[in-house]
Ligand binder design. Structure first.
Ligand code: FAD
Ligand code: SF4
Length: 422
């Protein structure tokens, strides 16, 4: 065992009111996990973590720990919080392959899950545990959603997602890859074929446009398209990334690992929108960060910017008249994603808000009876742990719906609710 994991575990104060746990969106029982590790109950600790969050291993690697568990740890006040993510990583990594997911006997009912990202995986596991026959439909050839096709390998190795896929198959979830629900198979087909309820966890995959001249040129790409398969791009030596969110940082760091030499990330504001540590990593990897520039157009030479003018509150109040033309072999637009509308356009009674996000009630049911949704397609671009947390609640309500029970008011905040035991 890595020595620092034990050292870190030994430093934990086992607080009576653990702030670390309050900082975790999925309420991970952190002090218990640490105690079990020190008591040589690593397998039981792994099981506890997996049951609370089937993506515990992933979360131990890509959650924003500084703002969540570790940022809330009482020892953060002394600038020396427990390295909770390393402890969780050690336990969950040891446990995943041996994990036994106990499923109730088959209850004779079928549920469909559309989208095999964090939301869909969570719902599939939760419903399988309750004895449903679950089919998971995924438009890509593999499961994982953004975990596989967005977050780069150097932050989250794909083998972890493969190990999760094996677990899903072991539980008896039917996987249907390479099926885009909407154009061919529709949700109405699913109800016709006997599914009692349908879950939508399709995320946000439509790149947001800048809406400026030049976006359709051959030297311009969108972040989410590039990250899906960077090997199929030849970006050239010099790349400009527009936007400074986390996905922009992933693009820049990936490009630098794929033969691009000069990568510049540009934002309109005075500070980046990505996590501080991600910005630091980008700099360490060799990217240049440029602030306070508004994009005017993209042409064959590269992007053309105008310098912003800020007031004393760092609000943009105008821009300078003289344009600044940058040279770049490729320009990547990384200003977030919105949802596709393939399901809305093919499913009567399913409605979205003005951002295209699915409308649901507090129980996760959409505007059409028996169809539920959670994750990014409801909340917009968020995080893996939030998708897991909200999807656990929605799976619980789907179970009640299929058993003919009324919905149950359950606190959305994981700290305020009782454990959701099947
Ligand atoms: C580049 C990038 C980096 C990120 N990094 C982090 C990070 O470090 N930490 C973090 O916590 N969060 C991160 N996020 C956010 C996080 O990945 C998402 O919040 C999370 O994946 C949302 O889960 P989801 O299941 O709702 O959607 P997704 O992960 O988007 O999964 C949706 C799935 O549905 C499938 N699908 C879509 N339409 C259909 C259809 N019609 N039929 C069948 N299948 C369909 C898609 O192919 C996909 O597999 C990042 C996001 C991006 C874009
Ligand atoms: S807040 Fe920190 S010290 Fe207290 S239980 Fe959590 S990890 Fe341990």
């Amino acid at each position: 065992m890595a020595v620092h994991v034990i050292d870190e575990a030994n430093r934990c104060l086992q607080c009576k009111k653990p702030l670390c746990r309050i900082g975790c969106p999925v309420n991970t029982p952190i002090p218990q996990m640490i105690k079990m590790l020190l008591d040589s109950q690593i397998s039981a600790a792994g099981q506890m973590l997996f049951e609370n969050n089937p993506l515990s291993l992933v979360c131990s690697m890509v959650c924003n720990h500084d703002k969540q568990c570790e940022g809330h740890c009482v020892l953060q006040r002394k600038n020396n919080p427990i390295h909770i993510s390393s402890i969780e990583n050690y336990i969950s990594n040891s446990y995943l392959d041996s994990a036994e997911i106990e499923c109730a006997p088959d209850n004779g009912m079928m549920a469909a899950v559309i989208g095999a990202g964090p939301a869909g995986i969570t719902v599939a596991i939760e419903l399988r545990k309750r004895g449903y026959e679950v089919t998971l439909f995924e438009s890509n050839d593999r499961i994982g959603g953004i975990m596989r096709y967005g977050i780069p390998e150097f932050r989250l190795p794909k083998t972890i997602i493969d190990r999760l896929a094996r677990k899903l198959r072991q539980t008896g979830v039917h996987l249907r890859p390479n099926v885009v629900i909407g154009p061919s198979i529709t949700i109405d087909d699913m109800f016709r074929d006997g599914y009692k309820s349908v879950f939508i966890g399709t995320g946000v995959w439509r790149p947001k446009k800048l809406g400026i001249p030049g976006e359709s040129l051959g030297n311009v790409h969108f972040a989410i398209d590039y990250l899906k398969n960077p090997e199929s791009y030849r970006l050239g030596e010099t790349v400009v990334v527009i936007g400074m969110e986390n996905s922009a940082i992933d693009v820049a760091r990936t490009a630098l690992r794929n033969r691009s030499r000069n990568v510049t990330i540009v934002t309109h504001s005075k500070k980046g929108q990505a996590r501080e540590t991600e910005l630091e990593y980008a700099k360490i990897d060799g990217a240049e960060l440029v602030y306070g520039m508004s994009i005017g157009e993209i042409n064959k030479t590269g992007p053309l910017f105008y310098k912003n003018i800020f007031d004393e509150n760092d609000k943009v109040v105008g821009k300078e008249k003289e344009p600044i033309q940058m040279s770049a072999d490729s320009v990547i637009v990384a200003i977030s994603q919105g949802p596709m509308n393939r399901l809305i356009s093919t499913t009567g009674g399913l409605y979205a808000n003005d951002k295209g996000l699915l409308i649901t009630n507090e129980f996760g049911e959409t505007t059409r009876k028996g169809i539920f949704a959670s994750g990014d397609v409801v909340h917009g671009s968020r995080t893996i742990v939030e998708a897991v947390n909200s999807s656990k609640v929605v799976a619980h309500q789907m179970d009640r719906f299929m058993r003919g029970l009324p919905f149950e008011v359950v606190a959305q905040d994981s700290h305020e609710r009782e454990p959701l035991i099947p």
